[in-house]
Design a protein around this ligand. Structure first.
Ligand SMILES: [Zn+2]
Length: 151
């Protein structure tokens, strides 16, 4: 008979994991807009972010990977590899771009911090080992930030 699973074992497994983060930065323009609403309602809901001629944000991006350090290297993931990946998959596509017009991701999706964080996760996930957990933290302003997945 197998031993019953004890909560203490779960705690022990969690203690073997480490979260590694890389912070990056990009500047991008966007406009929040729901085409099925009047201009008045868009302005009411999205405020300055509804401005028809776009506006910019200084986005701070934190990409975190969580897992067990490799016994040979001691790394969960080489931060140089993570940094190169973020540059290639995210910064080259988003930095100094108009998110609505210059990227294919927000043609029919409002480029809110929430949706940008989900797109960033989608773009990075295939390039990170499946056993590693991936978390995105995106600051749209110093005081407003989102985390994806939310848990
Ligand atoms: Zn905005």
């Amino acid at each position: 008979m197998p031993e019953p699973f004890k909560p203490a074992d779960v705690k022990l497994l969690e203690l073997m994991k480490v979260k590694v983060s890389r912070k990056e930065h990009f500047n991008a323009a966007h406009r929040l807009h729901n085409p099925s609403w009047t201009e008045e309602k868009n302005a009411q809901v999205f405020g300055k972010c509804a401005n028809a001629n776009y506006h910019g944000h200084n986005y701070e991006l934190v990409v975190s990977v969580t897992g067990e350090p490799d016994p040979e290297t001691g790394y969960v993931m080489d931060t140089k590899v993570l940094s190169d990946l973020i540059r290639k998959e995210i910064l080259e596509k988003f930095d100094h771009k108009n998110l609505n017009l210059d990227t294919p991701f927000f043609r029919n999706l409002n480029p809110t911090a929430e949706n940008i964080a989900r797109i960033i996760w989608d773009l990075l996930r295939p390039h990170i080992k499946p056993e590693l957990e991936l978390n995105i933290t995106l600051y749209e302003t110093e005081r407003n930030f989102v985390e994806y997945p939310a848990h």
